[in-house]
Design a protein around this ligand. Structure first.
Ligand SMILES: Nc1nc2c(c(=O)[nH]1)N[C@H]1C(S)=C(S)[C@@H](COP(=O)(O)OP(=O)(O)OC[C@H]3O[C@@H](n4cnc5c(N)ncnc54)[C@H](O)[C@@H]3O)O[C@H]1N2
Ligand code: MOO
Length: 324
């Protein structure tokens, strides 16, 4: 590979996309790889600060950035993630469906620790819209040793670094607890908030019930919702430490697998999660979910919609970044 002045490069072929950035206007490839330089291009290239270009053959054993990016995509490749076209040596992984992204962070770090290869992803458990970018990847130099990429790919193995878990349709039941709402002393403010929160997901609220702060009433309502075929049962209020707060016990008593009462997330420390014997998910939502714009519910709901089962370890790991 040789470097020559652009003035001497008319009729020669570009080796890579060449980027033009005009502040506040555009950023992108002004000339694409394979473009044959014309007389008119010379001034444009000089204005882009490209006084020289590469020409000639690439060395044996070296791989161009565009082929190298394919190696990186193969390490991420999994169902529901598709590659973008290559631009400026970069491939993006695009979500084919709405869902939750999971990232194998430890193995991702191996790729990012070579100093020559990079994959940047959305955070683990991020909710992606259809068509949204899940990750971007490229090599840092223009060319690199193909052997090194082959070794890296082998080291990473067959299991993809990224996975998109699509949302699946859910029937939802809402149980509103609290004597103040049950005896109509105040108007229910929780259900409208939950209806709004559910709007972005493929879900339908098929049942609602308002109950008093009585253990049997809450437990009965949970069983009723289960029998109506609810996949998700949301119990609101009565989740903290007052003498009338019975919801966590009702959730525990009806559960097959009780995952947590309490989370390292604020707002939302008084949240509860359990699974019933038929697999339905029960969540206990503290009053803050009605009041605050973002709470633990916003972290957990997408995973439940994507059929990702949570363990107590998953809940306990939410503390770093859990102050919302
Ligand atoms: N001393 C302590 N106080 C509080 C603690 C604590 O650990 N020690 N925890 C706090 C946390 S965290 C939360 S969150 C809140 C709310 O907890 P609850 O889920 O038990 O909420 P409630 O007591 O049932 O209600 C609180 C408040 O919200 C109103 N509310 C409840 N549901 C409805 C509804 N459907 N519609 C309208 N308004 C509703 C209720 O009337 C109360 O005013 O507790 C902290 N306190
Ligand atoms: O359960 Mo509370 O305010 O931590 O949201």
């Amino acid at each position: 590979m040789k470097i020559i002045a652009v003035e001497d490069a008319v009729g020669m072929t570009l080796w890579q996309d060449m980027t033009q950035i005009i502040p506040k206007e555009k950023k992108g490839p002004r000339f694409r790889k394979g473009h044959v330089i014309t007389k008119e291009d010379v001034a444009i290239l000089l204005n882009m600060g490209k006084a020289h270009i590469y020409v000639g053959e690439k060395q044996v054993g070296m791989i161009h950035e565009e082929e190298a990016a394919q190696y990186l995509f193969q390490m991420c490749n999994s169902e529901h993630l598709v590659p973008s076209e290559i631009k400026e040596g970069k491939i993006e992984a695009i979500a084919e469906k709405q869902g939750v992204l999971t990232v194998d962070q430890k193995r991702l770090e191996i790729v990012n620790a070579t100093g020559k290869t990079m994959i940047a992803t959305k955070p683990n458990f991020y909710s992606l819209e259809k068509g949204e970018v899940a990750a971007g990847m490229r090599i840092i130099p223009l060319v690199m040793e193909e052997n090194k990429l082959k070794d890296l790919k082998q080291h990473i193995g067959k299991r993809p670094l990224l996975q998109l878990h699509p949302f699946t349709f859910k029937k939802i039941g809402i149980i509103t607890t609290g004597s103040e709402v049950y005896y109509k002393r105040i108007k229910d403010g929780f259900e409208p908030v939950l209806r709004k929160k559910i709007t972005p997901f493929p879900a339908e609220i098929i049942a609602t019930k308002i109950v008093d702060d009585q253990l049997e009433m809450i437990e009965q309502a949970i069983k009723e919702m289960k029998n109506k075929g609810c996949d998700i049962i949301l119990c609101t209020g009565g989740m903290s430490v007052d003498a009338d707060d019975r919801t966590p016990t009702a959730i525990q008593n009806t559960s097959e697998q009780f995952i947590c009462y309490g989370t390292p997330v604020l707002p939302g420390s008084m949240f509860a999660l359990s699974y019933l014997d038929n697999g339905a998910t029960v969540m206990g939502l503290p009053g803050a979910v009605m009041f605050s714009a973002r709470t633990v519910f916003d972290l957990i709901l997408p995973r439940v919609m994507a059929d990702i089962k949570l363990s107590f370890t998953d809940i306990a790991s939410l503390g770093c970044g859990g102050l919302l």
